[in-house]
Design a protein around this ligand. Sequence first.
Ligand code: ATP
Ligand code: MG
Ligand code: MG
Length: 351
Amino acid sequence: RAASMGYKTAFLEPDPHAPAAQVSERVGFGFAEADLEALAARCDVITVEFENVPPEALAFLEARVPVRPAGELFRVSRHRALEKHALAALGLPTAPYRVLAPGDDVAGVLGAVGGRGILKTAELGYDGKGQRRVASEAELAAALAELNVPCVLEGYVDFVRELSIQVARNPSGELAFSGLVENLHAGGILRRSVYPAAASEETELAARQYARTLAEAWRLEGLLTLELFELEDGSLRVNEIAPRVHNSGHLTQDGGGASQFEMQLRAALDLPLADFAPQLPCVMVNILGWPEDQPEPAWEEIVRLPGARLHLYGKAHRPGRKLGHVNVVGKTRAEVLEGAARVEAVLGVRL
Ligand code: ATP
Ligand code: MG
Ligand code: MG
C-alpha cells in the first residue's frame, strides 16, 4: 500500500522470497542489531504490524527513529495480564480474570470468575492456541500444569455476538473510526466478519467510546483494533486489543472506503484522517488450510461469484492455517450474507 502511495519502504523479514520484496527493500532478516541499525538508517518512520517483535528490538529502533505505534503498546497488548490491567485502569469492562502461574494454588479461583472459564497463556497465543476451557477446579489445575507458563484465567462470557472496531490516531491527535464489524469464530479461529454488524446504534457508540478512550490515553500513533463481546443487555466487554491491522478489518479492502492498511500508514505518517467504515455491506470469509485428504478449493468458482473478491496470500499450505480470504460486497446485508454462504459452500466450510 505504501509503495502505491509513493513512499519508499524497507522491511525486516527472514524469508528472502517474502511477497513484500517485490515492492520494498529487504534490509535484514531478523532482529540482530546490525539489521535494526540498517533499517533505522533508511527510515524516517517505522511502523509495526506484528505483536511479537521482541520489545528490545522496538526499544533499539525507538532510540533512533519514530516507531508508530510505540513499542509500549505492543509490550502491553502482547501480554494478556498487562493488557487486562491496562484496560481495568482505564475503566474499560472485561471478563472477570485472575493471573495464574504454574504451581499456584487454584482453590477458589474459578469460583471468583464465575465457575466456568478459559485459561489462556499470557503470551504468544493466537487463533485460540494456548487456551483451555475449564469448568471445574480439577480441570483448571490440570490445564495450568499442562500449559506450564504464566496464564490468565478469564470467566466465560455468554455473549450474543462478537464485535470489533478500529481506531486510527495520528501524532497530531486526529482520530478516525472504522465501522462496527461482527465476527464469527469457530474453535477460537475467526471464520467470518460482517459489516454492518447487527448491533444497535448505542452499542456502536459505546464501542467507539472505548476505542477513543484507549487511543487517547495511550496517545496512539497508528491503528488499533478492539475485540469486543456484546451481552444480552447490549453492554460490551473488551476481549483483547491489537495495536495493528487485524483479520476482522480485511473487509475494508473492498468495501469502498479507505482500507485499514492505508489508515495505519496515514496515521503513522501524520496524514489527515477520515472515518473509514466501508461504503457497502461486506462479508469477509477466511480461507483456512484444507485437510490433507481434501482437494484444493475451486478458486475459479469463487472468482465467478458476483461481488466476490479473492485474496490469496501465497503462503505454504498447512491444514488450519490462514491462507487468504474472500470479501463479498453487495448492496444489502442479506445479499452479502447469501454470497458468503456460497463462498463457504465452495470452500467446504461447515460452521
Ligand atoms: P486472535 O488473537 O487470533 O483473535 P486469540 O488466540 O488471542 O485469538 P482470543 O481472542 O482470546 O484468542 O479468543 C478466541 C475466541 O475464543 C474469541 O474470539 C471468542 O470466540 C472465544 N473466547 C475467548 N475468550 C472468551 C471468554 N472469556 N468467554 C467466552 N468466549 C471467549
Ligand atoms: Mg489475540
Ligand atoms: Mg482474539
